[in-house]
Design a binder for this molecule. Structure first.
Ligand SMILES: [Zn+2]
Length: 300
């Protein structure tokens, strides 16, 4: 009896180990999405947390080790991680996850990018020369990426392709229903005017019909200056904007300073999973974004 049991265990263990698809995500939203689609078949690790600016992190040895072991690297792309991902991939030297391989997945390839131009000029300090990379703030983008990511995971772990497909369909059904509910709730926000710290929210604004009145950064990636904040004060002191939005990793002082002078709310929104206490997965992230926007809007 004991012998049969140990033989069975021996037979099962390697199968379980090989079923584990190791995902290295550059940002928490993609780790969360991989976990939604992969369920127990996947272990997902995010290089950054919601409290870090994904444009700028260090290619630490622990991250290199994660990439070395990864079966799939999932990043926003569009230049978001250009300051650290190439170094990470080079040092990890894992040929399965290099650009061009099935193990390398750039989410921004599967959506229509905002602000994409032919010029790739970074000389003005603009860190979005390939179009805006912060695509996760529109749930329709999440759905498009989910479909592509689910197919990719099924290719990489073909033995479990049916499970990925079923999980993906289940996720897309729940996501579509949630998206409709968010659109319904957010209707009063249509036409609202936002000043945002960084150009992190253009996809959210397009989705909900919010107007981007200005940014605290004069150019994406250049921190707010006293001169620029002074200019915004003159521009908006008699109206023209409804709230100021920042992400958890951005210094609150610039938005609080402007808020005090022009008399509109400065609000913090979760830019990704983990950005607020409530934003624990992709669903609660959008629940919280909409709730916080409605609260600021109602308080005017
Ligand atoms: Zn950016």
């Amino acid at each position: 009896m004991f012998r049969t049991f140990s033989v069975l265990l021996f037979a099962i263990a390697p199968a379980l180990a090989s079923a584990d698809l190791r995902v290295f995500a550059c940002e928490p939203e993609w780790a969360a999405l991989a976990a939604e689609i992969g369920g127990e078949l996947v272990s997902a690790h995010s290089a950054t947390t919601a409290l870090q600016d994904p444009h700028y992190i260090q290619a630490r040895p622990s991250l290199i080790a994660h990439v070395r072991r990864a079966d799939l690297v999932v990043c926003s792309g569009a230049g978001l991680e250009i300051g650290w991902l190439p170094a990470l991939l080079q040092k990890a030297n894992n040929r399965d996850v290099m650009p061009g391989k099935d193990g390398y997945f750039e989410a921004s390839r599967y959506v229509l990018r905002a602000g994409q131009t032919d010029s790739m000029d970074r000389s003005q300090g603009d860190i979005h020369p390939e179009g805006n990379p912060h695509i996760q703030t529109n749930p329709h983008n999440i759905a498009a990426v989910a479909s592509a990511l689910g197919k990719r995971m099924a290719i990489l772990d073909a033995a479990n392709s049916e499970t990925y497909e079923a999980n993906l369909n289940d996720f897309l059904g729940r996501w579509s229903a949630a998206t409709k509910a968010w659109e319904e709730q957010a209707r009063p926000l249509r036409g609202a005017r936002a000043i945002t710290h960084h150009k992190s929210w253009v996809y959210l604004e397009q989705w909900l019909g919010i107007e981007e009145a200005a940014n605290l950064e004069a150019v994406p990636g250049v921190p707010p200056t006293a001169t620029h904040l002074g200019r915004l004060t003159s521009q908006f002191k008699d109206g023209g904007a409804d709230f100021i939005v920042r992400s958890p990793y951005q210094d609150a002082r610039a938005s609080e300073w402007l808020s005090a002078r022009i008399g509109i709310d400065a609000i913090l929104l979760p830019l990704t999973v983990g950005g607020t206490d409530r934003a624990q997965d992709l669903f609660s992230m959008f629940d919280d974004i909409i709730a916080r926007l409605l609260e600021a809007h109602a308080g005017e």
